[in-house]
Design a protein around this ligand. Structure first.
Ligand code: SF4
Length: 483
């Protein structure tokens, strides 16, 4: 549930549980342990959590020994409230102590009592925890956690704490380990990647990190998310442009095009600075596709402010935008601001923004028609692929592309790279259909080989592992991680 940081945390939770001897529940089977890794940023996060917990209460009643754990940002925020509202929960843990989950489950079982453990500061950098990666070809690597900014709509600083940077050697070591395991793509992750280095006093550390990662043999695609416009410096643009493995895509949150609203949000850049960064990125990387996040209906937003957002969107020509309707997040400064905008007004502005952005995204995608693009084949990105005989992946500039498998063509494996010609476009994806039925141009990669190996291993494992690295005296425990 939530942002990429949370999704990556879920991988670490899976890794910690597997290292402790837990086994993933098979699809369709009932789990003995359910872990909810929550997000406090999403609208109605609390309602959704308690709704899910309500459902799980009845499952647990019929299933002796089942345990439920709740972690992540909402747990960090609500702490003991969770067990008072849902006393059937066994473990509550926060964002700073994910590695404690197996021990907390064991303690809850042993003491027959709910365990609530929320630390106010990080005890161990999360990337040192074991990680169960969801993908063989692509991985996330945290470079920092926490954030030193104080955006008034955001709960992250109070839940994740001040920025902590990981040492460059540790980051590069983890990337190398991923590459050794078969990955060809890595996304560097932080709430604010371009302030990386603030903790060890090097304001050019992020650009240097990109260049150093670009030296890693076998790493073909480097991405990062998210940079903050206020901290965006030209050395990062140079590093992007001069490092072939850094992909020509940039996700940079705009949030609002109105300078007055940016000020109220306590975002310390202004729209002209934002647009200036885009100009400089495009001057050095002409094929860069730029995506963003935008919030509509922040308290006090007037129609004139909203028009400013539309103006910046027209000028910026984002290839995609994640658009959000502002809603009150308890615990944030903006929640107490006067002039909250009525829902109907927010909705109407939101629809205008989405219509404009969809039009621009369509035009930007249509400009790709006729071009050859290299697509890193994904496992299960598109739901309709099976019916349409298409597969799906991401282009170098991060557009979603569905491509046809012509009759008789070899079929690529997830992690392989295909070169296809774009034949049609929609606001959210490209299509590449073979006009003449000629076979796909496939480059078989180390990631595809790693996919084959992983498939072979999962087939060899069968339904029930006969033995396992079981600790805690809990053989056969299955886990299901919702995150
Ligand atoms: S930069 Fe702002 S929005 Fe991003 S995590 Fe920090 S406080 Fe939140």
């Amino acid at each position: 549930m939530g942002c990429q940081m949370n999704v990556h945390d879920s991988e670490r939770l899976s890794g910690s549980l597997e290292a402790a001897g837990y086994i993933p529940a098979l699809a369709g089977s009932e789990a003995d342990v359910v872990v909810l890794n929550t997000c406090a940023v999403r609208e109605n996060a609390g309602n959704k959590l308690y709704g899910t917990l309500g459902h799980l209460a009845s499952v647990k009643r019929d299933r002796d020994g089942m345990q439920i754990a709740v972690g992540g940002c909402l747990a960090q925020k609500d702490k003991h409230d969770i067990v008072s509202k849902a006393p059937w929960v066994d473990v509550v843990f926060g964002t700073h102590n994910m590695g404690s989950l197996p021990a907390l489950l064991e303690r809850a079982r042993h003491n027959d009592e709910a365990q609530v453990e929320i630390l106010e500061a990080l005890d161990v950098f999360p990337s040192t925890l074991p990680t169960k990666r969801e993908s063989t070809y692509s991985g996330w690597v945290s470079i920092s956690v926490g954030c030193n900014n104080t955006c008034t709509f955001c709960i992250v600083p109070s839940l994740r704490g001040k920025e902590m940077d990981r040492r460059p050697g540790d980051v590069l070591g983890e990337i190398q380990a991923l590459v050794d395991d078969g990955a060809i793509e890595v996304t560097l992750l932080g709430q604010n990647v371009n302030t990386y280095g603030v903790e060890f006093g090097d304001k050019f550390a992020f650009g240097k990190l990109l260049r150093a990662a670009g030296e890693i043999d076998g790493l073909e695609r480097i991405r990062f998310t998210s940079p903050h416009p206020a901290a965006f410096t030209d050395d990062v643009i140079d590093a992007m442009a001069e490092t072939p493995a850094v992909m020509p895509s940039l996700h940079m949150p705009l949030q609002s095009g109105s300078d007055a609203i940016l000020k109220a949000m306590r975002r310390s850049y202004r729209s002209e600075k934002f647009l200036g960064i885009l100009d400089r990125v495009r001057a050095k990387i002409p094929n860069a596709a730029i995506t963003t996040d935008i919030i509509v209906g922040f308290p006090g937003e007037t129609e004139a402010d909203f028009q400013e957002t539309l103006r910046v969107v027209r000028l910026a020509r984002f290839s995609a935008a994640f658009t959000f309707q502002y809603s009150i997040r308890p615990g944030t400064p903006a929640a107490g601001m006067p002039d909250q905008i009525p829902k109907a007004v927010v909705q109407e502005r939101y629809e205008r923004l989405v219509a404009l952005q969809n039009q621009i995204a369509l035009e930007e995608n249509e400009a790709q028609i006729g071009r050859d693009v290299n697509v890193l084949v994904a496992a299960g990105e598109g739901r309709k692929d099976a019916a349409s005989l298409r597969m799906t992946g991401r282009t170098e500039d991060f557009r979603l592309a569905h491509f046809e498998i012509p009759a008789g063509s070899d079929v690529p494996r997830p992690g392989d790279v295909v070169t296809v010609t774009v034949t049609a476009a929609a606001p959210y994806h490209l299509l590449a259909d073979s006009g003449d039925g000629s076979p796909l141009r496939i480059r078989r990669t180390r990631s595809g080989d790693a996919w084959d190996r992983a498939e072979a291993e999962s087939c060899a494992v069968g339904d029930e592992p006969a033995t396992g690295n079981v600790s805690l005296g809990l053989p056969g425990i299955r886990t299901s991680l919702l995150g």
